[in-house]
Design a protein around this ligand. Structure first.
Ligand code: ARG
Ligand code: ZN
Length: 879
């Protein structure tokens, strides 16, 4: 029998009936199999809440042994614990509640609450994991001061950590020890964390601008301290950046970061005790790629930034998740823009949005940035909440400008420090600090779906005016058949036909605006009349991707080439190249489906050739500009998706470019070699990105000479970036060098779990036939286990985004996904439901695949004992 679906609604939000200002926990980790948790809660009736004679605490897989009020044990008839709640009857207005419970860390394969990993005990509580440790009002608007005492075996778990500061520790009988931690900051339960493990420690310090010294400690698996050096540097950079950019200082005396190999998320911002998935914190050049270094740097910063945007000001309820995540991702993006190339950071953020969020927003799980209902909050840690949430903050930043935005942030912290608030608190702060009316802007938090802008223009030579007409629309999404127009910034520029930037002046304006104007859209249709325009211009629309929308404008290839070559806005230079390729890809897909030959014009090769010839100026940008739109982004543009056709046409375009630009790719490969020792800085990683892109294009032709080059690069690589690029190229090349390369890579790295993940992922992403069978084989390989989320993401997650093999025409990819997801569901439903999401958009596919995917979803839906998490996804997909 499947768990009944219960929907939680924002409209039903009620303030908590009780508050719990103080929590004292005694956690006795008796063995991996069992821990005893004694909790002392100071409970008070909430004067602002509904009155209730019984206290109802959340509970999940915890067995409650005793309950006492003000020191007196309650008889069994005064309290009941069912699977979800502990109900204590007839409680006074203010009292002390003592509970004693048992939990079972090793059996906790869901990895929420306290669980075990190879080196000891770890925790993850966001969003609803604390209730798996002890009965509690496990909701973010209940904030408490915590005192935690941990007890564990001294030899096996020498490191004992919790939030805040360690105030006492000692030895106790039976070769055990204990430590007591006090967190001075009231916090919601989702920020609670404990660790008891055998770990190596490295230590550093940060001097804040007000002159306080903060102890920084990194805890990693024994023997891996060298892999923590990079992240520790990132942490210091992030602390400095937040002081310089937002005037925000670290508020703790001690800041600890712990790495763990088994983790559902990337990382977690627990107050003073961040816990990181090893893959997002451990880095060393021989085992980590440039991409890993970049991602680690940003994630360390992201979790640190949460200390203010998330921890000091937190969310009232889980519908407000984007309050902390959207804002923190935006801050992370600003940090990355400052540390790396601003343009490349923006391009990558937008690519992310288009590959993850746009499809989500066009599917059955589409939801607003602030959802209004959910069944399982764990299913709402989505691209929409994170990435689109960040775009909303960015739009406000664009609308009011950086100075006013900073004032708004100051105001936000001044007014809401220590509070649990809604997304509206942020919007209201921006509104108040800037004087801009954002009432219509708030719709962005409520309406789902990707809005479209249809832009038309007209030039009048006699009056020298240029008129832009912008019409917005937004397609229907689940529960939202019609949408209201939204308020958004549209940043535009105008180029002359020879590529010069025109000064902009709108009719009625006294002075011009320089080269870029932020137009504010509010009405469904807006008309902008530019005057003193001497020539018919080419519009550069949505500079720096000023709003998370799809802009339609009838560019011809010449206009796109002009923008690609001359736009002063680097993002739109890139965008022009993407449009140029996309138009031809879409035409190619149509031709192929109609049985016509697929051909590409010379101007495509010429345009890409010019980018390559110009690459010296900014290799990282060139690498982005030469990357064709991803298959999923192409697919998104089709009425009905035929993934095979998309794949083949894109591959054909790659081969066309590789043939036409063969010499240029080959010489760029030599030219952009990175001299000197490895460093993951923006400049040298840009050179490697470009060089490896050249290799990948050449490998699509599969010539023997390129293959030897590739094999030589793999064998001689002194860093993982170059090794992985070569391996990935070989993995998609049907040649005799392929299998030995993949097998050799595994043999070399079988003892480095994070590199094994790269190998699994490379195998699963191969474009070659036989990949379904290979993934099935690897799912039984000793290196793979369903119990470790990283292994699942590497093999099953990568396979799920392999557009050509997951969507194999015979349905074998879907069948494999069903098998693996159903095996995973009882072990780790959060991760399983993520895997199942690969099937959710079945209605978008051509009839044969649509039917196969629907059947796959139905098989899952009919499975006895399906988790609530997976149940929500299949239920919504099939609705
Ligand atoms: N707050 C974390 C972050 O974005 C993510 C936690 C997600 N939790 C989970 N169980 N997946 O930084
Ligand atoms: Zn976050």
């Amino acid at each position: 029998m499947n768990a009944a679906a219960t929907t939680v609604r924002l409209a039903d939000y009620r303030r908590p009936a009780f508050l719990i200002p103080e929590v004292v926990l005694d956690i006795d980790l008796q063995s991996e199999d069992e821990a005893r948790v004694a909790a002392t809660l100071s409970v008070q009736r909430n004067p602002d809440g509904a009155s209730s004679s019984s206290l109802v605490l959340d509970l999940d897989e915890v067995s409650v042994e005793s309950v006492a009020i003000d020191g007196k044990l309650l008889p069994p008839e005064r309290w009941q614990a069912d699977g979800r709640y502990l109900t204590v009857q007839d409680v006074p207005a203010s009292f002390r509640l003592d509970t004693v419970s048992r939990i079972h860390p090793r059996q906790n394969t869901k990895l929420m609450g306290i669980y075990t990993s190879s080196t000891g005990f770890f925790s993850l509580c966001e969003a609803e994991g604390f209730r798996r440790i002890t009965p509690f009002l496990d909701r973010p608007d209940v904030m408490a001061r915590y005192t935690v005492t941990l007890h564990a075996d001294r030899e096996r778990y020498p490191v004992l950590l919790a939030n805040g500061n360690c105030v006492a520790q000692g030895e106790e009988g039976g070769a055990r020890h204990w430590a007591r931690w006090v967190d001075p900051f009231p916090k919601p339960s989702y920020l609670f964390a404990v660790v008891a493990a055998r770990l190596d420690r490295s230590q550093d310090s940060f001097r804040t601008r007000s002159g306080r010294n903060v102890l920084l400690q990194f805890f990693v698996e024994p023997g891996k301290l060298d892999q923590g050096v990079f992240a520790l540097e990132s942490l210091k950079h992030a602390m400095k950046w937040d002081e310089d950019t937002y005037g925000l200082e670290v508020d703790l005396d001690e800041y600890n970061i712990v790495a763990v190999g088994d983790f559902n998320a990337g990382a977690m911002e627990n107050k003073g005790l961040n816990i990181f998935n090893t893959k997002l914190v451990l880095a060393r050049s021989d085992i980590s790629t440039d991409w890993d270094f970049n991602f680690i740097d940003r994630t360390v910063a992201h979790e640190y930034f949460h200390n203010w945007t998330g921890n000091r000001v937190t969310c009232r309820d889980w519908f407000q998740l984007a309050l902390k995540e959207g804002l923190t991702v935006f801050r992370e993006q600003q940090y990355a823009g400052d540390r790396y190339s601003r343009a490349v950071a923006r391009i990558q953020a937008v690519r992310n949005l288009r590959t993850g969020q746009f499809p989500e927003d066009a599917g059955p799980m589409a939801h607003p940035v602030r959802p209004s209902a959910y069944q399982q909050v764990s299913n709402f840690y989505t691209s929409t909440v994170y990435q689109k949430g960040a775009e909303l903050v960015r739009m406000m930043h664009t609308l009011v400008g950086p100075a006013k935005f900073r004032q708004a942030m100051d105001l936000y912290f001044r007014e809401h420090d220590g509070q649990a608030v809604t997304t509206d608190a942020l919007v209201a702060a921006v509104e108040e600090a800037s004087g801009e009316d954002l009432s219509q802007f708030r719709l962005w938090y409520e309406q789902s779906g990707t809005a479209r802008l249809s832009v038309r223009d007209q030039y009048d030579e006699t009056s020298q005016t240029y008129v832009l007409t912008v019409t917005q629309s937004c397609p229907p999404t689940p529960g939202q058949p019609t949408k209201k127009p939204m308020h958004m910034p549209l940043t535009v520029g105008l180029l002359t036909p020879d590529g010069r930037e025109l000064p902009l002046r709108l009719e009625g304006e006294k002075t011009g605006r320089g080269g870029s104007a932020v137009l504010s859209l509010r009405q469904e249709t807006e008309v902008f009349r530019f005057i003193d325009v001497p020539v018919p211009p080419v519009p550069s629309l949505g500079r720096n991707f000023s709003a998370p929308v799809i802009i339609g404008y009838p560019y011809d290839d010449q206009a796109l080439q002009l923008l690609l070559g001359y736009d002063s806005d680097a993002f739109n230079r890139w965008e022009a190249g993407q449009r140029l390729a996309m138009d031809l890809l879409l035409r190619g897909v149509a031709d192929r489906r109609a049985g016509r030959p697929v051909q590409f014009p010379d101007y495509l090769a010429e345009a890409f050739g010019r980018v390559l010839a110009d690459a010296q100026k900014d290799p990282a940008f060139a690498a982005e500009a030469l990357t064709l739109p991803a298959e999923i982004i192409i697919a998104e543009r089709l009425e009905e998706i035929d993934p095979q056709a998309v794949h083949e046409v894109r591959f054909a375009m790659r081969r066309f470019l590789a043939e036409r630009l063969h010499g240029a790719f080959r010489s760029a490969y030599d030219l952009f070699a990175t001299p000197g020792p490895y460093s993951p800085d923006a400049e040298s990683s840009g050179r490697r990105a470009l060089r490896n892109l050249c290799l990948a294009f050449l490998m699509d032709l599969g010539e023997a000479e390129t293959r030897s080059l590739c094999v030589a690069q793999l064998a001689g690589a002194t860093n993982m970036t170059d090794a992985m690029a070569a391996l990935a190229a070989l993995a998609s090349c049907d040649c005799p060098e392929r299998r030995p390369a993949l097998d050799g890579f595994y043999a070399k790295w079988k003892d480095e779990p994070l590199v094994v993940d790269k190998w699994l992922s490379t195998e699963a992403l191969s474009r070659l036939p036989g990949t379904v069978a290979r993934v099935r084989e690897l799912s039984r390989h000793p290196a793979f286990t369903l119990k470790n989320p990283n292994k699942v993401y590497a093999l099953v997650g990568s396979f799920g985004v392999n557009q050509v093999n997951f969507h194999a025409a015979d349905g074998s990819g879907y069948a494999l996904m069903v098998e693996l997801a159903l095996a995973l569901d009882p072990i780790n439903p959060q991760v399983a439901s993520r895997m199942v999401r690969n099937l959710e958009r079945y209605k978008r596919y051509e009839p044969a695949r649509r039917e196969l995917m629907r059947a796959a979803l139905q098989t899952i839906a009919a499975h006895p004992g399906l988790s609530r998490e997976t149940g929500e996804v299949v239920g919504k997909a099939l609705a």
